[in-house]
Design a protein around this ligand. Structure first.
Ligand SMILES: Cc1cc2nc3c(=O)[nH]c(=O)nc-3n(C[C@H](O)[C@H](O)[C@H](O)COP(=O)(O)OP(=O)(O)OC[C@H]3O[C@@H](n4cnc5c(N)ncnc54)[C@H](O)[C@@H]3O)c2cc1C
Length: 459
C-alpha cells in the first residue's frame, strides 16, 4: 500500500490522499470482507473501509447470528467453508448436525474476520465512513472518506461496493432502485438484541414439551423459537404473545414477529431476531430510519419485560446487548448488467458466468413470503448482476446486487452474500492482473481452478 502525502481536489479544497491501493472495498459486511480477503490473497494491495469498529456488518454489528442454509447442495464455496472451519478452531461449532443452519457467535466471527484480513494483508480502516466518490469520466478515481482526522481520499484501480446499501454505486452514478415494485416500501427492518441469563433447558421444556411446538428440530445448545403473524403457517407461540397484547403489556406491532436463536459459546444467551419494525419505517429515508431506532428500542424493552415476566426460563434474563446497526434487510439495489427476476428464481436459472447458487426461499417478511423451491432445485446468480454498464471499475456485492425485490429477499442470506463477495475478490484480482475492466470481465474465462464457483452447467 502506498501512503503518499499527495492531495486531491475535492469540493473546492485539497484533501490528503490517505493511501493508494489496487483495490478499495467499501463496507466490511459478510460480503465486503470476503471480497477484500480474496482480492488481497490474490495479490492486490487492498484497503477495506468500515464505518464501525468490527467487520461482519449485520452479522456482528446487527447481531444477525445464524447463517441461514442455502437449501441446496454444492452451494458452499471455499471461503464460506473456511470461515466455519476457523470458527471451529476457536471452539465455535456452527453446525447443529441436523438443520443445515450455521449458528454463529458475533464476537468470535469478528475475531476470525480480523485474523483472516490481517493474514491476507488487507489494510482495514475502521471508523472510516465512505462519504463521496471522485470520478474521472465514468470511472471512480477515489473514495472520499470521513476519518478520525477529517476528510481523506483513497485512490484505487478497482472499487468494490460492499456497503449493503449500494452507497458507492449511487455516488458513482450507477442506476439503483429500492423497495417493492408494488408498494415502493423496503422490507421491514428489525432492531436485534441479545438476552442473557436464560435457563435454556427450562425454556426448551416449556416450548417443545409443554406447548408441543416441535418446529425446532434441535435442542439446546442449538435451539430456536419463533412466531410470526404474517406467515401463512400458524405457530404454537402465537397465543402466548397475543395474551400480552390483550393485557396491554405488548402492542400488536411488538407481537407481529418474534424469533430467538441460541448462540454457541454464549450459554444462556439468545439472539433475538426482533422486534420487527412496522413497515412504515423506511430503510432509505434518513429521518424515518433514525426514528425507527428509538421506536425499536422501546419495543425491545416491552418484549424483554414480557418474556421475563411470562416465559418459563426467562425469569432471570436481561438485555445483554443491543445491535449497533439497525437491521435493514433491503434498501437500494443496483440495476446491473443482468437483473435477476422471479423468472430466474422459479425457472431455476443457470448461467455460464454463475458465481453462486441458492434455494433459500423468497422471504420478504411482511411484504411477501413464498413456499421454498422443491427439494434439489436452485437458481444461480451471474457475475453480471454484480457489475453495471455505467461504471467500468466497480463491482457491487452482497445484498444490493442487481435483483428484483423478490429475488433479493431470497439471495440476501449471509452464506450467499459471502460467496458473492468471494467471487468479487477473485474477479477483481483477475481483472487487475489481466488489464480488463471489471464490468467487462467474462467470469467463465477465468480457469475453473482459479474461480470460487463453477456453474452447474459445467458439471
Ligand atoms: C433483521 C435481519 C435478520 C436477518 N437474518 C438472517 C439470518 O438469520 N440468516 C442469514 O443468513 N441472513 C440473515 N439476514 C441477512 C443478512 O444478515 C444480510 O443480508 C447480510 O449481512 C448482507 O451482507 P452485506 O455484506 O451485503 O451487507 P451488510 O451486512 O449490511 O454490511 C454492510 C457493511 O458496510 C458498512 N457500511 C455501510 N455504509 C458504509 C459507509 N458509507 N462507509 C463505510 N462502511 C459502510 C456497514 O457498517 C456494514 O459493516 C438478516 C438480515 C436482517 C436485517
Amino acid at each position: 500500500m502506498d501512503f503518499g502525502a499527495k492531495a486531491l481536489r475535492y469540493a473546492g479544497r485539497d484533501i490528503p490522499v490517505l493511501c493508494r491501493a489496487d483495490c478499495c472495498v467499501a463496507g466490511g459486511g459478510p460480503s465486503g470482507t470476503a471480497a477484500a480477503i480474496l482480492a488481497a490473497r490474490r495479490g492486490l494491495k487492498t484497503v477495506l473501509i468500515e464505518r464501525g469498529v468490527v467487520l461482519g456488518g449485520l452479522s456482528t454489528l446487527g447481531l444477525v447470528a445464524p447463517f441461514m442454509p442455502t437449501n441446496c447442495a454444492g452451494s458452499e464455496t471455499p471461503y464460506v467453508a473456511e470461515v466455519k472451519g476457523r470458527m471451529r478452531e476457536h471452539h465455535i461449532e456452527m453446525s447443529d448436525g441436523v438443520t443445515g443452519c450455521g449458528w454463529s457467535n458475533p464476537e468470535m466471527l469478528a475475531l476470525v474476520y480480523d485474523e483472516m484480513g490481517e493474514s491476507a494483508g488487507v489494510e482495514t480502516l475502521y471508523h472510516t465512513v465512505l462519504v463521496d466518490a471522485l470520478l474521472e469520466g465514468r470511472r471512480i478515481r477515489a473514495a472520499v472518506v470521513q476519518t478520525i482526522s477529517g476528510l481523506r481520499a483513497i485512490t484505487a484501480d478497482i472499487f468494490i461496493d460492499g456497503t449493503g446499501d449500494a452507497m458507492l454505486a449511487r455516488l458513482a452514478g450507477a442506476p439503483t432502485e429500492r423497495g417493492s415494485e408494488r408498494t415502493g416500501r423496503n422490507q421491514p427492518m428489525s432492531f436485534r438484541f441479545e438476552m442473557g441469563g436464560i435457563a435454556l433447558d427450562r425454556l426448551h421444556a416449556y416450548v417443545a414439551e409443554e406447548m408441543g411446538d416441535t418446529r425446532c428440530r434441535t435442542k439446546p445448545p442449538y435451539f430456536e423459537f419463533a412466531q410470526a403473524r404474517h406467515r401463512t403457517q400458524r405457530y404454537r407461540l402465537e397465543e402466548f404473545f397475543w395474551r400480552g397484547v390483550a393485557s396491554g403489556e405488548l402492542t400488536e406491532e411488538d407481537a407481529e414477529y418474534v424469533q430467538a436463536f441460541t448462540i454457541p459459546g454464549k450459554p444462556g444467551t439468545m439472539a433475538m431476531n426482533c422486534p420487527e419494525l412496522p413497515p412504515r419505517f423506511s430503510a432509505t429515508d434518513p429521518l424515518s430510519y433514525s426514528r425507527a431506532v428509538s421506536y425499536g428500542r422501546a419495543m425491545i424493552h416491552r418484549l424483554s419485560r414480557y418474556l421475563i415476566r411470562h416465559m418459563p426460563g426467562f425469569e432471570n434474563a436481561y438485555i445483554s446487548r443491543e445491535a449497533a446497526m439497525l437491521g435493514a434487510r433491503e434498501s437500494w439495489r443496483i440495476r446491473g448488467r443482468y437483473y435477476l427476476t422471479e423468472a430466474d428464481y422459479y425457472g431455476e436459472a443457470r448461467f455460464p458466468d454463475a458465481v453462486a447458487r441458492t434455494a433459500w426461499y423468497i422471504d420478504a417478511h411482511g411484504e411477501r413470503v413464498e413456499a421454498p423451491l422443491p427439494e434439489g432445485r436452485f437458481y444461480e446468480i451471474p457475475y453480471r448482476s454484480l457489475v453495471t454498464e455505467e461504471v467500468p471499475n466497480l463491482i457491487v456485492t452482497g445484498r444490493c446486487i442487481s435483483a428484483s425485490f423478490a429475488v433479493q429477499a431470497s439471495m440476501r442470506i449471509q452464506p450467499t452474500c459471502m460467496s458473492l463477495g468471494e467471487a468479487a475478490g477473485v474477479a477483481a484480482a483477475w481483472a487487475f492482473h489481466h488489464g480488463i475492466e471489471v464490468n467487462r470481465l467474462a467470469w467463465a474465462e477465468i480457469p475453473p481452478k482459479a474461480r470460487s464457483y463453477a456453474s452447474a452447467g459445467e458439471g
